[in-house]
Every structure is written in structure tokens, then in C-alpha cells.
Design a protein around this ligand. Structure first.
Ligand code: PFF
Length: 452
């Protein structure tokens, strides 16, 4: 097993904040409200929470077991725990998945950087048609690329600094800031006129809206939001110490992530409902088209509030994106570093360069390369599809099966109880979820998806 000189998270808080930093990202603040808006509000949220608890959380715990026990990157983990066995495919899928996610995610992160600077410089206000502003920006042949590259470089520098002085230190500063901003923004939003309708939409479930498609979307969203299925959290867990309580940490991360997702809904929907004519099911444009419109209206009434609201919102999105991109980057960086025995800096450079190339293709698919289609999709949509709909669920099935069917039961229980020193309530139930519910549940949803 490779265990020397890899670095560790220095504290328990660091473990939770770094893992929650990976989980909380554009997925919560941008993708979740979009899905809620499209899939009918409260009913979707309930289905989503079930997917988090019964399907994604068991995968997260399994990743923690694999990572902490092997103390290796996601490929090295399978090599150490199942030498010569085909399980290693799950490890390679994870490295590929991490690179693909980072490539398309950094496009949206780049847009966020642009919107943050625009809102800080007061240049987001006063437009008539925010849809036009957005479309012009994303289809520009070079502007979005510049922001995307800057963002990838920011990610690169944090990862290159290492586990404790880069990832952990950064997460410890950013995550509390992010939580404070999110609470402030929800308070703002809930006091806007018409906020009640937004709350109603979020809190009153209409179960007639729950279709198979809604369940599929909820599961995809849960996996994406919790960063599970591609060995990201297994990689982080390889830096956990022996006394980290794996189950408690997983529950903590799921709780923080779900809370931030729901609070993002509290920010976005009351604000959106307060402006007549604004559509809440406008899809991915919700954050870049609908919200600027809302901020603009607020700005016209009370300029200071409008400015503060918009600037804080985009700073929040930016911080959340950055704590997630470093975790995606780390999957492949750790793999290259340990597999090819090169320095962390060199491995990080290789990953960044690959993502710049692939990420460029994703960004250009909104502009000059819009006509290039593979299986009917541009690069951005293709990478999104391959990861959220294919690699992550398949990875989730393999990871839980590996832990409950391949690994020795004693080893797993030892990891979960830290060698019998901590008592885990509901351990049997958790093992049941890992053994049966998660692989079968995800399998059914996955096959349905492929068939559709
Ligand atoms: N969980 C992140 C989000 O919600 O934005 C996205 C993500 C991070 C996906 C890390 C995959 C990953 F490995």
C-alpha cells in the first residue's frame, strides 16, 4: 500500500469542511434550484432527500472505507485492496470522470467569475434583456475561455500546494464564509415582497408531479451534488486520520450539502417570485438570466440592497465552485502523482493542461463549435451526460458492491467503528443499505435511464 508522504487532513473540522466543500458547489446553488423549478418544487425536494439518504449516502460511506483503508488514490486503492482483479476499472472510471466533470464545470465556473466581476463593478445593472446579455457572453469565441482558464489556474494553485496547506486551509476559510453569505442572502430574499409565493412553491408538495423522470433527475442530482461515484471522496478519505469517524462525517457532509441546496432554493425562489413575469422553470438560465433581472429590480428600488445582494450571491457561487473544482482536480492529481511517482506540482500541471484542452471544447460548444455534435450533443452536454448519467451511477453501483460483496465484512466494520472504538448507531441498517438498497436502487434507475 502506498502510504508514505501523502499528507493528511490535520483536524476533524478540516475533514468535514473539505468534504463538504467538495459537495457544496454549483450543483447546489445553480443545478438544484434549476431542477426544483423544472420538476415542480416541494415534491422533487422530498424525492431528492430520499435519494440522498438511501442511495448517495451509502455510496459516500463506501468511498470513505475504500479511501481510508487503502491510503491511496482511487486507482491505487483497488490495486491494493483487490490486486489483479477487474475492480480497478472503477478506479480508472473515477479518474476519467473527474477530468470530464472538471472540464465542463469550469465553463460554468468561468461564467460565474465573469458575473462576479460584473456585479462587483456595477456593470450587471441597467440592461433590458438579460437573456441577450448572457447569450452574447457565452457564445463569444474567446471571452468565456479567458475566465475559464483563470478559474482553472486558481484551482491549480490550491491543489499544487498540497493537502493540508492547500485544500484544507482553503476549505476552512471558504466554507464558513459561504455559510454566512447563504444565511444573509436567504434573509434578504425572504423579506422581498411576494416571497410567500416562492415559499409556497418550495414547501407545499404536489405529489401528482412525481413521475419516473422526476425520480431519475433527483438521483442524478443527489449523486452530482454529493460528489459520489467517481472516487472523489475516496481520494479525500485517503487523507483522513485513523480516528476520523467515517459515518458521522458522511452524515455531516450530507446534512450540510442538503441544507445548502434547500437554502439556495430559499434565496432564489422567493426572489424570483417577487418579480412578476419571471419564470422559475427557465432552466440553467435561472442564475444568469432570471436572477440578474431580480437584482436589477431590487437595485432600481433600493440601490444599496440590490448591489449587495447581487455581489454577495455571485461571490457565494464562486467560492462554492472553487471548493468543488479542487476536489475534482485532486482525483487525477493524486493518481498521476502516485502511479507515475512524480511530484504533486508536476501532476497538477498535467491535469490542468488536459482540462484546459477538454474544457475549451466544452466552452466553444456554446459558440463557434455549436454545430459539432456527438450522439446529438455538443461537448458540454456530452461530458455532463457521460458523468452525471453514466459514470457516477455506474461507479456508485460498483463501489457499494465492492465494499459489501468483495471486501471482508470484518475489515469494513473495523473501518466504520475505528477498530471497535466508536459505537455506530444503525450500523446494521447502514450495511443493509450498502449491500442491497444502494446497488439495486441505483441499478434500476440507471437501467431505466439507459432504456429511455
Ligand atoms: N458536488 C459538486 C457540486 O454540487 O457542485 C460537483 C462535484 C464535485 C461533482 C466533485 C463531482 C466531483 F467529483
Amino acid at each position: 500500500m502506498q502510504s508514505t508522504g501523502r499528507g493528511n487532513f490535520g483536524s476533524k473540522l478540516g475533514v468535514i469542511l473539505a468534504s463538504a466543500g467538495s459537495a457544496v458547489g454549483l450543483g447546489n446553488i445553480w443545478r438544484f434550484p434549476t431542477e426544483v423549478g423544472r420538476n415542480g418544487g416541494a415534491a422533487f425536494i422530498l424525492v431528492y432527500l430520499c435519494c440522498v439518504f438511501f442511495l448517495a449516502m451509502p455510496v459516500m460511506v463506501s468511498e470513505f472505507v475504500i479511501g481510508r483503508h487503502s491510503k491511496a488514490n482511487t486507482v491505487g486503492a483497488y490495486r491494493a485492496l483487490a490486486p489483479g482483479k477487474p475492480w480497478i476499472v472503477a478506479g480508472f472510471m473515477g479518474v476519467l470522470g473527474g477530468i470530464l466533470v472538471l472540464s465542463f464545470y469550469s465553463v460554468v465556473a468561468g461564467w460565474t467569475l465573469h458575473y462576479t466581476l460584473q456585479s462587483l463593478g456595477l456593470r450587471l445593472m441597467g440592461h433590458q434583456d438579460f437573456g441577450e446579455v448572457f447569450n452574447q457572453f457565452v457564445s463569444n469565441p474567446w471571452k468565456p475561455l479567458v475566465y475559464q482558464y483563470v478559474f482553472l489556474l486558481l484551482t491549480h494553485f490550491v491543489v499544487a500546494r498540497g493537502v493540508e496547506s492547500g485544500i484544507e486551509r482553503f476549505s476552512k476559510v471558504m466554507m464558513p464564509m459561504l455559510l454566512v453569505i447563504i444565511v444573509l442572502l436567504s434573509c434578504f430574499s425572504l423579506t422581498m415582497p411576494g416571497a410567500y409565493d416562492g415559499l409556497n412553491f418550495l414547501l407545499k408538495p404536489d405529489f401528482s408531479k412525481v413521475t419516473t423522470r422526476v425520480v431519475l433527475s433527483a438521483m442524478g442530482q443527489a449523486f452530482f451534488s454529493l460528489s459520489v461515484g467517481i472516487g472523489c471522496l475516496a481520494t479525500y478519505a485517503s487523507y483522513f486520520k485513523k480516528d476520523t469517524n467515517l459515518v458521522k462525517s458522511a452524515v455531516g457532509v450530507c446534512a450540510i450539502d442538503s441544507m445548502v441546496a434547500i437554502m439556495s432554493g430559499f434565496i432564489i425562489f422567493p426572489a424570483a417570485f417577487s418579480v412578476a413575469g419571471v419564470q422559475v422553470d427557465s432552466g440553467p438560465g435561472l442564475v444568469y438570466i432570471t436572477l440578474p433581472h431580480v437584482f436589477n429590480m431590487a437595485f432600481e428600488n433600493i440601490p444599496f440592497i440590490g448591489y449587495l445582494f447581487s455581489a454577495l450571491f455571485y461571490v457565494l457561487l464562486l467560492l462554492a465552485a472553487l471548493t468543488s473544482t479542487i476536489s475534482m482536480h485532486e482525483i487525477a492529481t493524486a493518481f498521476i502523482r502516485e502511479n507515475y511517482k512524480c511530484s504533486r506540482q508536476k501532476s497538477a500541471v498535467i491535469v490542468t493542461l488536459i482540462c484546459i484542452v477538454l474544457g475549451t471544447a466544452c466552452s466553444l460548444s456554446f459558440g463557434p463549435w455549436a454545430d459539432i455534435k456527438i450522439w446529438g450533443m455538443g461537448f458540454f452536454d456530452l461530458f455532463d451526460f457521460l458523468t452525471a448519467k453514466f459514470i457516477m451511477p455506474l461507479g456508485g453501483i460498483l463501489i457499494t458492491m465492492f465494499v459489501e460483496w468483495y471486501l471482508d465484512r470484518k475489515l469494513v466494520v473495523d473501518e466504520l467503528t475505528n477498530g471497535g472504538t466508536v459505537r455506530v448507531r444503525g450500523l446494521r441498517f447502514l450495511l443493509f443499505l450498502i449491500r442491497w438498497v444502494a446497488p439495486i436502487g441505483v441499478g434500476i434507475v440507471f437501467l431505466n435511464e439507459l432504456a429511455g
